[in-house]
Write a protein that binds this ligand. Sequence first.
Ligand code: ZN
Ligand code: ZN
Length: 253
Amino acid sequence: MSIFAIRNREYALERIPSLLKNYPESKEILDFYRHVLDFQLNVYKDLKDGDWRKNIKKLYELLELCSQYGSQRLKEKTQEFLEKSQEELQRAVGEFLKEKSAPYEERFFFISFLNPFMSKGAEKAEIDKTGWLKNKCPFCGFKAVVSYLSDTEEVQGGRFLVCQVCNSEWLYNRAECVRCSNNEDSELHYFYDEDKKAVQIQACDRCGTYIKVVDMRIDGLAVPLLEDIASLSLDLWASQQGYVKFEKNVFGL
Ligand SMILES: [Zn+2]
Ligand SMILES: [Zn+2]
């Protein structure tokens, strides 16, 4: 059991109140997601390994939770999934891990369910991420959903990409588009709300893709995966400008 990883999950839950204050427009999503984070923490605490198949019953718990607190869209889909057998659910989750995509509601269920197991698996695997520098997760192969800047012992203002499926983080070039590797300063643009400078959009004019960059040097308390979810107004703005997100978060934004 990793005390450090449990603490990180508790910390993410404790971050919600300040996000609610900064992003009142995201209240509905955050109030619901708090239940999901709580579910994930409880699943994670009891895990010895990352074997999600033998714990497929937990997916029913998550579905019940979505039918109680989720949006209307999620609620409707939960009924269909609650009727599936364990074997059917295992097959659906396995298929998602292979294809790495699914319709919004299913993707929400699968990523939320898999997260504690996959992050446990990633910790156990202890993958050497040195020199990885790719836009996909070195453990599970999903695309990075968000990035952040931080000073570490090795790098000043290093940029890290984050996987929402297994919580892995790895180093990436700071001034480089995650999709097309463009590193021309004149074609990479940064956008942010004047009163929330820690969360920025890095948009590439060459391929029209964007990803958020959370500057932990401005806000050291930030939790990148959650900041991305809370700052949905930036996503709406970016899509109005014609930019497409590199990888959508669990809420499809
Ligand atoms: Zn991953
Ligand atoms: Zn690009």
